[in-house]
Design a protein around this ligand. Structure first.
Ligand code: NPW
Ligand code: K
Length: 505
């Protein structure tokens, strides 16, 4: 699903009008028809509150549509001065059709009392400053009435900034928001969840393929994930699904390595090998399918040569969870990223997480070795270390900072958090799955294991990160329907079933 904001709405509008030659009034009509589809047939009494821009124009067009279905419709017109052209056209039609239109704020309370459903088209993507005066008063009244009326917002609850989700002074609290063409970036702001209600994204007669060159940002949906699927050949063998090398875990943190390995195995990698302390015997017990490459941490140099063969034999290497920041960990990390091509002549892909990111932050010249072949999966604090931006600055400007970083270092960045962001600097995915019940130790390790497994199975880096993040969150979303806390082990046991559901449904 396309992800957009205020500017992109104007861009799409302009393209549809100027290039596709769809008159703007047709787009508005399509928006109104799509909107009305979601209104309960049994509802009868509607109050439609309209501003003077195209959001209000949508409101008048929706009023006409409902009126023509025989519904009882009243309109509250906030202002009929300086209306946009299409708003004016629909306002005039409503007047000509004899729909009752009210103008005085003193009449509003009675209008609320008489209706069952409020539809508001005060501001959409054109909101450009703090809301004050009469607009503020009307929104307050809508929110008071919303206690016992169903409130629908057209495109965006009036008062929410479509780009940032910021509340511009005050906002309508919608029960249902029906938005057009794009999932608005502002909806990703977790602080406004209660204002959005149920979100539905509707078409206005534009096929996604005719406009998707205009924007390269997406909100991940099940259909998108399904479209990424690479079918398995009947005659394939384990070599076709990737040789994955994992450097994760160290004394005290063996669990991290075990979780990465088990997630990787369960996601379907062909062969999984874990570089681990020679004294760690837990791997074989926890993940019998994985192989180990034992390291003598007391004498690292004796291992590095043998390790070279292992690297040359790999398709993808995941590095970081639980490795610590010791001198030995650094030497192994440096070795693992020092070879770019494997024995088959293919580029060895890298997934860098946790301590690998911290080591990278402290040794920035190593960025040169990871270009064009890596996924970095920081959480907010790790990303702050990598970029030098404060966590607040990143939160306020996630899209721009992540894209710039990915572009600068030519890597895929996956910034974990609510609506995990994945970007290569051009294209961007915002994840739609996941919840707070999965916020506990080992989750990130599990995600690393899933992603390196997908890369091994020849999914490109963006798609591996996208599928991985979606799958990881989706499993947790399903599990919280029947349990309160979701741990990495729960995710691991459900990976395979969830992949099946996503790819086959
Ligand atoms: N491609 C699509 O997706 C399609 C989108 N469509 C629809 O168009 C909507 C966007 O329409 P839009 O651009 O006319 O802006 P809109 O939100 O109506 O607001 C502008 C009005 O508000 C005013 N105003 C702003 N801030 C204010 C404030 N703080 N306090 C007071 N006034 C304020 C501003 O006044 P001005 O500042 O210009 O004086 C102007 O009058 C979009 O959300 C969707 O519903 C569909 O029709 C079909 C195609
Ligand atoms: K609105």
């Amino acid at each position: 699903m396309l992800l957009g904001g205020n500017k992109t709405t104007r861009k799409i509008d302009n393209f549809a009008i100027n290039n596709l030659k769809i008159p703007s009034i047709v787009l508005m009509e399509n928006a109104a028809i799509s909107f009305v589809k979601h209104i309960d047939e049994n509802e009868d009494n509607f109050l439609i509150i309209c501003g003077k821009g195209n959001n209000g124009g949508d409101g008048y067009a929706i009023a006409r549509q409902l009126f023509s279905k025989g519904k009882n419709v009243k309109i509250f017109c906030i202002s009929n001065e300086n209306m946009s052209n299409d708003c004016m056209i629909n306002y005039e039609i409503c007047k000509n059709m004899g729909i009752e239109i009210f103008y005085k704020i003193e009449e509003l309370d009675k209008l609320f009392f008489e209706c069952n459903v409020v539809i508001e088209g005060i501001f959409g993507t054109g909101l450009n400053s703090e809301i004050k005066g009469i607009y503020q008063e009307i929104i307050q009244k809508i929110n008071t009435a919303s206690n016992n009326k169903k409130v629908y917002s057209i495109d965006i609850p009036s008062g929410i900034n479509g780009d940032t989700g910021e509340i511009m002074g005050i906002s309508v609290k919608a029960d249902i928001t029906i938005s057009f063409v794009t999932y608005k970036k502002g909806f990703l702001n977790s602080k406004i969840k209660d204002f959005l209600g149920k979100i539905i994204i509707e078409n206005i007669g534009l096929n996604e393929t005719s406009i998707n060159h205009l924007l390269k940002e997406y909100y991940l949906t099940p259909d998108m994930i399904k479209s990424f699927r690479i079918k398995r050949n009947e005659d394939s063998h384990k070599g076709d699904f990737g040789k994955v090398l994992i450097f994760a875990g160290s004394s005290g943190f063996y669990g991290a390595g075990n979780i990465v390995a088990k997630s990787c195995v369960r996601t379907g990698a062909g062969l999984t090998t874990v570089i681990t302390d020679k004294n760690n015997f837990s791997l074989n017990v926890f993940v019998p399918e994985a192989m180990s490459f034992p390291i003598n941490f007391d004498n690292i140099n004796e291992n590095l040569e043998k390790l070279e063969n292992e690297i040359l034999n790999s398709d993808v290497i995941a590095i970081g969870p639980g490795i610590g920041k010791s001198e030995q960990a650094f030497l192994i990390f440096e070795k693992l990223i020092s070879i770019k091509k494997n024995n088959k002549g293919n580029t060895i892909k890298l997934i860098l997480d946790a301590d690998a990111l911290n080591l990278l932050s402290e040794n920035r010249k190593l960025f040169e070795k990871i270009r064009n072949r890596s996924i970095l999966t920081p959480h907010l604090v790790e990303f702050s270390r990598l970029t030098g931006f404060s966590t607040d600055e990143i939160n306020k400007n996630r899209f721009e900072i992540t894209k710039n970083f990915a572009k600068k270092y030519e890597i895929i960045l996956l910034l974990k958090g609510k609506n995990t962001i994945i970007t290569n600097g051009e294209e961007l995915f915002a994840n739609s799955t996941g919840n707070s019940h999965m916020a506990n130790g080992g989750m990130g390790d599990c995600l690393t294991g899933i992603i390196c497994s997908l890369v091994g199975q020849k999914y490109d880096l963006m798609k591996s990160a996208g599928i991985g993040a979606y799958l990881h969150g989706k499993i947790a979303d399903e599990l919280v329907k029947k349990q309160y806390i979701v741990n990495a082990s729960h995710i691991i046991e459900n990976i395979s079933e969830c992949i099946l559901n996503i790819f086959q449904n």
